[in-house]
Write a protein that binds this ligand. Sequence first.
Ligand SMILES: Nc1ncnc2c1ncn2[C@@H]1O[C@H](COP(=O)(O)OP(=O)(O)O)[C@@H](O)[C@H]1O
Ligand SMILES: [Mg+2]
Length: 230
Amino acid sequence: MIEIRNLVKTYGSGENMVRALNGVSMDVRAGEVLALMGPSGSGKTTLVSILGGILTATSGSVKIDGREITTLGASELPALRREQFGFVFQGFNLFPALTALENVAIMCDLKNVREPKARAAELLEMVGLGAKKKAHPSDLSGGQKQRVAIARALVGDPKIILADEPTAALDSVSGRTVLEILSGLARTRGRAVVIVTHDPRVLEYCDRIVHIEDGRVGSEELRRVEEQVA
Ligand SMILES: Nc1ncnc2c1ncn2[C@@H]1O[C@H](COP(=O)(O)OP(=O)(O)O)[C@@H](O)[C@H]1O
Ligand SMILES: [Mg+2]
């Protein structure tokens, strides 16, 4: 579904140039949960940002269902982001003045989803927050806020969910709930789920781990092998 080849990204120029990605090649498959692990500064956020069309690559190729996205212009990228991707971040990025329902509904509006409130309510039910529709972010726990953020990321049924350190700010129980929801999207709905993480708990939920070191793929491991054979 996603093919990444020889991806290079540099920031700055001259003496200040940083090579954040130094020739990354990897694939992401539909229906899999992929963990991207690696030390801080190794290029993980840069990689998912390019994947999601938020950042442009310096060179290399990213194809989504065969379509090259690194050469898309500013007029085409927003549609790509809207149609293909759902984003979940460490910091939740909810609007504090809006209720949980409104935080999701506003994305339905942006993505031209019909009956935004009804769809937002459905998505909140799906992440187990049906009872918290009217709560504001300040009344929700970290885990609940992240579930609102996941509901928002699911608006428009994106094929690919990109989650950058989604459990970093969460306690262990809420972290697990969030990982169960994210991995469930891959298992039951065939989404590709990419989770950037330092969190060893993610290993129980992922199919594959790609280790990023100094802007390169260091190694790959398979998980859940028994299920893949079955
Ligand atoms: N906007 C930027 N400008 C300059 N350097 C950056 C920028 N974003 C990231 N970097 C650098 O690129 C490298 C990779 O960063 P990042 O992708 O955020 O890594 P990670 O998410 O693995 O911590 C780091 O050396 C970081 O300092
Ligand atoms: Mg990062």
